[in-house]
Design a protein around this ligand. Sequence first.
Ligand SMILES: *Cc1c(COP(=O)(O)O)cnc(C)c1O
Length: 359
Amino acid sequence: MIYVTKPFLPPIGEYEKYIEGIWDRVWLTNNGPLVNELEIKLKEYLSLDHLLFLTNGTIALQIAIKALGIRGEIITTPFSYVATTSSIVWEGCEPVFVDIDPHTLNIDPKKIEAAITEKTSAILATHVFGNPCDIEAIEIIAQKHGLKVIYDGAHAFGTTYKGRSVFEFGDICTTSFHATKVFHSIEGGAVVTKDASLLKEMSFLRNFGHNGPETFSTVGINGKNSEFHAAMGLCNLKYITEILAKRKLIWDTYTKRLSHARLGSIQIDTDVVINYSYYPVIFESEEVLLKVIKELEGHKISPRRYFYPCLSTLNYVKHYDTPISSDIASRILCLPSFHDMSEEVIDMVARIVLRAINN
Ligand SMILES: *Cc1c(COP(=O)(O)O)cnc(C)c1O
């Protein structure tokens, strides 16, 4: 079976070296030396001021919302993974969905202002498939209305905007290092901010609210990650240049093979260097999409309807009419893309897609 993605694994000996160190120190979790080393190396690699390594990308979103003291309504995108919306609801806030731009698939800033009410306190938007949101337009709106901005950068590891890591933008940017993401630590995630006091607040939140061995500054949660996860992150970070280069090669190969099919894709701004971590294709209709899926599954290839369903249709949120997101969600598919994918397999997937479309 070929799945939409397959985690990268480093040579096992490299992981074992780190594990031996853990055995020597008998320090398994609670801000250990490997967690510290990973945070330092990630900040170096991405040129960031502040980053905290956390259990996962969902806790990162929840900690970001909590740390900024956000209440009431949060303007968000209906086209993302469910964690973007569920974190808002879990934190006792209300998601207000604003439709997406049909070309970038990110929240459409032109539609944000009409959704602002006196209860709005923040914008939480996803850099979909690693493609940055319209950061500058969102910043102008946020400033004008005094709103906080959180970006869900779960897809965006390695993406740059005007030469800077896309994680630098917004009050807080969160990310995920889950095994299915382009850079992973098995489970893991992070929060990034430029604000040192906000970072400190989030480091308390990550550790039950402790601000000393016997004192608590606030209600916290357990968002700490372990030495074992940090070890996997440290191993994988050594290969990130290769991993990103391979994703670009896969993207370019698919694009060549599928060039005559006139499939929709995402529009990438000239100021952006994207990480190419997903290969989304937009079909003419849901009917064609279902035909393609059936054909691929017949060949033991499992693509993924990503993102589907549209989040404004979840049973625990107020419903909003987001026709562009609903339409795109019904006919978009991510084709397999993973590090050890051979050219033959890319060619085979492309041939099957072409055959299904033309039938
Ligand atoms: C994967 C993902 C998350 C959740 O990250 P986890 O580390 O799996 O908790 C959140 N948002 C988006 C857009 C994602 O793709």
